[in-house]
Design a protein around this ligand. Structure first.
Ligand code: OXD
Ligand code: MN
Length: 590
């Protein structure tokens, strides 16, 4: 098949040669070079509807929106099938599945050999980052899934803009995605960092197949970042505008399904009249020291791949408004009027609908109507509070970094690290209860350093070293904080209202960054005193509750430190000694 001449194909000989090689291997009947145009989008949507991949939702109520059900065996990221393939196992490190590149390439070639016969291969060029930014990277994903193409079109800057950015260079990430028969036994998400390559087979689920997101922006990105002196992080980015007009920017790392999207789109409570929160990104930040000595960050993505259940006008008014159009819903419930529903939706449960597997569902059903990891894919341009800086090739300067996890006990609402290396220790020892974003048991505390456990593309011990080393390049480093929105009382009730009221925590954090707020020194770090914390207007919230939220129980902390060992022992031979010092200091302070 001659693939070099059709419309949309670039002149870049490296791209052509690589695509030709993959086409010879996968043997699709057709090759389509995506241009990213509006007309192409409509044609692809129509084709997806015709092939039963998407269902068009009610055009009056949800214009431009579509519905998709994935295979029930394929609803989340699969960490056990995710591999980092480096020449030496220790390059991937003890927290990643490893395979030698030669063996994995051979296995994958066997699987994709002829696998696209009778199918179409779409060539999807895309940018991660704003056009013209020195931080932006080019990726090309080859896929036999129309669902992937249409999601990539939302999540990235897809189309000719990527060829323009690439020019004649061969500096692009190569991604091959092949659905095969969507069987868990033939599911592999494999990264070859030395070759800037990802091969993903046997899945159609977003996190496994939208290769710009977790695979390029985090796993390959973290690897490239270490070599090139920058950081790829699982962080939201938001801007806070004070009534004075002063804008500050925050990067925050939370494990999957801990409310990153809600936090990134937070609407401040009435008490905070004149304050605005602007969303830069809700999942990934690429950060690099700037010439001014500060740390600058971009959001490499162009859309949101958010968790649907629990999204409503109270938890996330901006997301609720932005998913009313141009959105792809995956694995939510489908109502008879061609709209969608999920647990925690604004509308009450419908009298009848089809659940995420297409089975009739009523409120009497014992199972959930929407899958707990059901998603919306929506363009960021629909966000009413999209930060204008998101298009700025320079990115935004980061004033504070926040680490957080989902912890029912032990961890206070907020505290501030004493310095950068203590902050790195806080990130490195982050723990969180597991959620439905990945397959496996839900609700157990696992160590998830910097929320990167499933996403770090190399040895986690060396990743900590990279974090520590970055300090030397950043003259004015962001301050580092730790938060926990999820602490509960003895009866299991949440102590903190969360959502918009997180603005109160953010306020203290910003005031600390700008030298305006007091704090009290504790063994954990600096904490707000009652008088430093704005609790005005909070219902049922008094000093006793604040104290319970901020309580630090040394016995609980000693147990927690022991549980750091689960990770530290695995990483021991690669662990920077600063991490051990920080641990000893904490024990001594306790
Ligand atoms: C995500 C995840 O989808 O972290 O963002 O799992
Ligand atoms: Mn994520």
């Amino acid at each position: 098949m001659n693939i070099a001449s059709p419309a949309g194909a670039p002149r870049n000989s490296h791209v052509i040669a690589w695509v030709e090689e993959q086409v010879r291997l996968c043997q699709p009947d057709r090759v389509v070079w995506c241009t990213g145009s509006e007309a192409e989008k409509i044609a692809l949507q129509d084709a997806a509807v015709e092939q039963g991949i998407l269902l068009r939702l009610n055009p009056e109520k949800l214009p431009g929106c579509f519905y998709h059900r994935s295979n029930p065996n394929d609803v989340a990221r699969v960490e056990q099938s995710t591999f980092i393939c480096t020449p030496h196992a220790e390059d991937a490190g003890p927290t990643n599945n490893w395979s030698a590149p030669r063996e994995m390439y051979a296995r994958l070639r066997g699987l994709v050999d002829g696998a696209m016969r009778g199918r179409t291969l779409y060539v999807v060029p895309y940018l991660m980052g704003p056009a013209g930014s020195p931080m932006t990277k080019v990726g090309v994903e080859l896929t036999d899934s129309l669902y992937v193409v249409l999601n990539m079109r939302i999540m990235t800057r897809m189309g000719e803009v990527a060829w323009e950015h690439l020019g004649e260079s061969d500096d692009f990430s190569r991604g091959l995605h092949c659905l095969l028969d969507v069987h868990p036994d033939r599911r592999y998400i494999c990264h070859f960092p030395q070759d800037n390559t990802v091969i993903s087979v046997g899945s159609g689920y977003g996190g496994n197949v939208l290769l710009g997101k977790k695979c390029l922006a985090l796993r390959l990105g973290s690897y490239l970042g270490r070599d090139e002196g920058w950081m790829a992080e699982h962080m939201l980015l938001l801007g806070v505008e004070a009534p004075s007009g002063q804008k500050s920017f925050i990067a925050a790392a939370f494990p999957s399904q801990c409310g990153k999207t809600n936090f990134a789109m937070m609407v401040p409570p009435v008490r905070f009249k004149g304050w605005k929160i602007w969303t830069v990104g809700d999942d990934i930040a690429w950060m690099r020291p700037g010439a001014d000595g500060r740390l600058w960050a971009i959001n490499p993505e162009a859309g949101y791949f958010g968790v649907a259940p629990g999204t409503n006008g109270r938890t996330n008014p901006n997301a609720t408004s932005l998913i009313q159009r141009d959105t792809i819903f995956t694995n939510v419930a489908l109502k008879p009027d061609g709209t969608v529903w999920w647990e925690g939706h604004d509308e009450p449960a419908p009298a009848e609908c089809l659940d995420w597997q297409g089975r009739p569902w009523t409120p009497a059903s014992t199972e959930k109507a929407a899958h707990p990891n059901s998603r919306f894919t929506a363009p960021m341009s629909n966000n009413p509070m999209l930060a204008p800086e998101v298009l700025d090739p320079r990115g935004v300067p980061v004033d504070a970094i926040i680490f957080g996890g989902r912890r029912a006990t032990t961890v206070p609402l907020v505290f501030e690290a004493f310095n950068w290396s203590h902050g790195v220790f806080l990130g490195a020892t982050m723990g969180s209860e597991t959620t439905a974003a990945a397959t496996g048991t839900v609700g157990q505390v696992r160590r998830d350093p910097m929320a990167m456990l499933p996403f770090c593309g190399y040895n986690m011990g060396r990743y900590f070293r990279h974090w520590l080393d970055m300090r030397k390049q950043i003259q004015f480093p962001p301050r580092i904080f730790h938060v926990n929105w999820f602490r509960r009382d003895a009866d299991g009730r949440f102590l903190w209202p969360g959502f918009g009221d997180n603005m109160r925590v953010l306020r203290w954090i910003l005031d600390r960054c700008h030298g305006r707020a007091g704090a009290h020194e504790t063994p954990l770090g600096w904490v707000p005193r009652w008088e430093d914390f704005d609790a005005e207007g909070l219902v049922d919230f008094d000093r006793a509750r604040f104290d319970a939220l901020q309580a630090m129980n040394p016995d609980e902390w000693r147990r927690d430190i022991l549980s750091h060992d689960e990770l530290f022992m695995r990483l021991y031979q690669y662990l920077p000694k600063e991490m051990i010092f920080q641990r000893e200091l904490l024990v001594a302070r306790l």
